[in-house]
Design a protein around this ligand. Structure first.
Ligand code: SAM
Length: 422
């Protein structure tokens, strides 16, 4: 390999830095794994020649993505997992899937070369942690959704931007998504009419941030102190939190498990097609259909902040918190403002909080997970991830003041807390 001595010294210093993270990763120190991963990406960028980088991003990764998509269709990963630790050979896979032997062979070889499966001998393969994950809907459907829906949008983005003279996309009915998918419908309208893609999207939503720390975890946002220490035990019938556009309800389920001390009802709101996908029997949350462009239905009796302070509890106060997770980044400022303006009248000054769980793009050092999400929102919705200033401006226009922003580390979504400005 043609590496200058400077280059190899730089790479060696990254390796030394990586070594210092091994213990913290072993001890589950918050942020250590993500920091090690970021260094491994940097090391790859240092070690690869330009032509290898082009080969990797231009063919190796697209081929891996296509091969995974095909393998999930053929249930190859299920077959590997079913073998219970034994290797599976190409003939077995061909007979289980009905695909031609030689096609399966080249698919498996690339998947092994790209660390998706293990290779245990000639034409023999074993599962990995990742390939086993791809048998579970919340992960498997992420592949289908990203390949079938987001993929074409990314491919269409350069052509769209060239046609529009490189202006930042801002029209939800005429952006890269519409250009690529040959439609005039906004992303969510299009998605809602395609049950297969919609199911993939919703399942993926319940899985895409698995393994990352979230605001309900210890040491992130002080849930008890900020939300329920002053709620009284007779508040069981009061609504504690409304998850607006909450998808399949995974966040509410998590809240119940991680904060069993919370009294009160947890209400999920989403579109009818999404709510219909939920297995009601397994839920301890209330499922409701609600269009967030219409006035919020969970609301208390209007009153002044001074009244509320006298008794911080009660059914007539509406919800303690109205919560949006990965919702407002799907909409431009004008639409987001409408969504917020439909919530604000339901909030009680001095009692209700608005919680937004989204990326806050830092001024310097944004991680790949934030910057790529920014690009995903552009490719799908002609929208963007917001900086702190952009969040404060948007909330201010809706009559809300930011009372805190809690951010963990290395690209996790932040928790923005806001209240009615009095
Ligand atoms: C990116 S997903 C986020 C889902 C969930 N909050 C999460 O973080 O996993 C956006 C959600 O907004 C919902 N949504 C879109 N338009 C809506 C509307 N007009 N009213 C209510 N929900 C809507 C979608 O159905 C979807 O569940």
């Amino acid at each position: 390999m043609d590496l200058s001595s400077n280059h190899s010294r730089d790479a060696a210093s990254v390796v030394r830095e990586m070594n210092t993270l091994i213990d913290p990763v072993d001890h589950n120190q918050p942020g250590a794994r993500e920091a090690l991963l970021a260094l491994s990406h940097r090391l790859t960028a240092m070690l690869e020649t330009p032509s290898e980088t082009i080969q990797r991003i231009g063919w190796a990764e697209p081929a891996r993505f296509a091969a995974i998509r095909i393998a999930t269709d053929l249930k190859v990963f299920d077959a590997l997992k079913k073998a219970g630790g034994d290797s599976v050979n190409i003939s077995q896979l061909a007979s289980e899937t009905g695909a031609e032997n030689s096609l399966i062979a080249r698919t498996m070889k690339h998947l092994s070369a790209m660390n998706v499966v293990g290779e245990t001998g000639a034409d023999e393969f074993s599962p990995t942690r990742f390939s086993n994950a791809l048998t579970i809907p919340k992960y498997r459907d992420g592949i289908s959704y990203c390949f079938d829906v987001a993929g074409p949008s990314f491919h269409g983005t350069p052509g769209y931007l060239k046609d529009t003279k490189y202006q930042n996309p801002g029209n939800i009915s005429d952006g890269p998504f519409q250009y690529a998918h040959r439609t005039e419908e906004p992303f969510f309208v299009w998605l809602g009419k395609r049950p297969e893609h919609f199911e993939h999207f919703n399942n993926y939503m319940s899985g895409y941030r698995q393994g990352k720390r979230g605001w309900m975890d210890e040491g992130f946002y002080p849930v008890r102190e900020r939300l329920y220490h002053d709620m009284q035990n007779d508040d069981e019938n009061a609504v504690f939190l409304v998850d607006v556009g909450g998808g399949l309800g995974h966040d509410l389920e998590e809240l119940r498990v991680k904060h069993p001390g919370i009294r009160g009802r947890l209400v999920l709101q989403d579109q009818p097609e999404v709510i219909a996908q939920i297995d009601k029997a397994s839920n301890s949350i209330e499922l409701t259909t609600h269009d967030f462009f219409t006035p919020q239905s969970v609301k208390g009796t209007p009153r002044q902040e001074s009244d509320v302070r006298k008794k911080l509890t009660g059914l007539d106060l509406g919800a303690r918190a109205y919560y949006f997770h990965s919702v407002l980044h799907d909409w431009n400022d004008a639409s987001s403002l409408k969504i917020l303006q439909n919530i604000v009248p339901a909030m009680q000054p001095g009692f209700s909080k608005l919680l937004i769980n989204e990326n806050v793009v830092p001024d310097v050092g944004a991680t790949w997970s934030i910057t790529s999400m920014d690009w995903l929102t552009m490719a799908l919705g002609a929208v963007r991830e917001r900086t702190e200033k952009q969040w404060r401006d948007l909330l201010g226009q809706a009559g809300l003041k930011v009372t805190g922003i809690w951010t963990y580390d290395q690209g996790t979504e932040s928790l923005i807390e806001a209240e009615i400005e009095v």
